[in-house]
Design a protein around this ligand. Sequence first.
Ligand code: NAD
Ligand code: TYD
Length: 350
Amino acid sequence: MKILITGGAGFIGSHVVRRFVRNYPDYKIYNLDALTYAGNLENISDIEHEPNYAFIKADITDAAAITAIFKEHAFDGVIHLAAESHVDRSITDPLAFVNTNVLGTLNLLNAFKEVWAGNFDGKLFYHVSTDEVYGTLGAEGLFTETTPYSPNSPYSASKAASDHFVRAYGETYGMPFVLTNCSNNYGPNHFPEKLIPLFINNIIQNKPLPVYGDGNYTRDWLFVKDHAVAIDLVFHKGKNHQTYNIGGFNEWKNIDLVKLLCVIMDEKLGREKGTSEKLITYVKDRPGHDLRYAIDASKINKELGWEPSVTFEEGLDFTVNWFLDNHDWLKNVTSGEYLKYYEKQYSHGV
Ligand code: NAD
Ligand code: TYD
């Protein structure tokens, strides 16, 4: 089995690549990544010399390059994670999200279709998506697999479009596919533009914690390694042409989560209780900010027996320790381009 994993130098992709390389020595795992600001080979340096692993530096927006790579390797399976993934960046540069998330996905679909030319026996295209395609929930209810798509940000609109194309290729060309929509992940290697790693980094540096709006927005948090387990299960046992929702059964209002993080960080850093909370700064809200995401993960639970393996307390503790123990990683990814982004994004607020 030759498996292509795209975006394997990013946050979630690196955990998926590691899991597949370690658990399936008989598979050959190809990690294709353009190494954008979010991609970092350090994330997978521990497995880079394994005999069943290869890295391909390529951009999924480059149709000719992608076709040539598929012709050369004839991948049996694709697990597609490469994407522009940050909502705030999508608000300032929507086109970048259309290019990578929509056109890039189409290039992969076309290359897969061309190589197998209708003979898809034993082949699979796995598209990794987000719960944000469903839009926002009010105070009640959960997203199920049949919730209508109603994306509100350029990021979620681009992911929704890519989901539709995957499904359309399944129906139109008989391409075998599975699709998962997952809630917010957290864990090691999370890029510090997203809430949890950004706030851990700012607390370490005694910098303000920019909470958007009133902080009463709710997200459903899942430990990244549990997402990787779910992806492994769906890839091997998921039903063809099916969607599975993946979530943490773990809803937190941003402000409550931030306060919890402050308590944990004060303890870990040996700071006086209440020190980090003083860094909380309410800033201008994100435009089109979705109020609440929450996943009903009962389908994947019933059909495939998946459930999160760690509690939020355990996962958060592990994550904070990882960031404190991997100071060099944090320092490397928060230099250069990151500083420019940070200044632009938060120049009005903190
Ligand atoms: P990330 O931003 O950390 O990593 C994205 C990776 O894709 C990087 O390694 C980057 O270099 C690569 N990439 C970007 N553009 C590329 C291009 N044009 N060609 C090739 N590679 C490119 O993202 P993540 O948080 O790990 O998310 C991975 C996937 O999971 C995305 O599809 C995202 O929509 C989805 N997802 C993320 C979350 C979350 O909470 N982070 C939740 C649900 C679903
Ligand atoms: P984020 O990690 O960007 O994930 P997403 O927007 O995909 O859910 O944000 C999580 C929540 O935290 C979201 O409600 C926006 C909020 N947030 C802040 O309040 N301040 C910040 O600086 C960031 C990055 C996010």
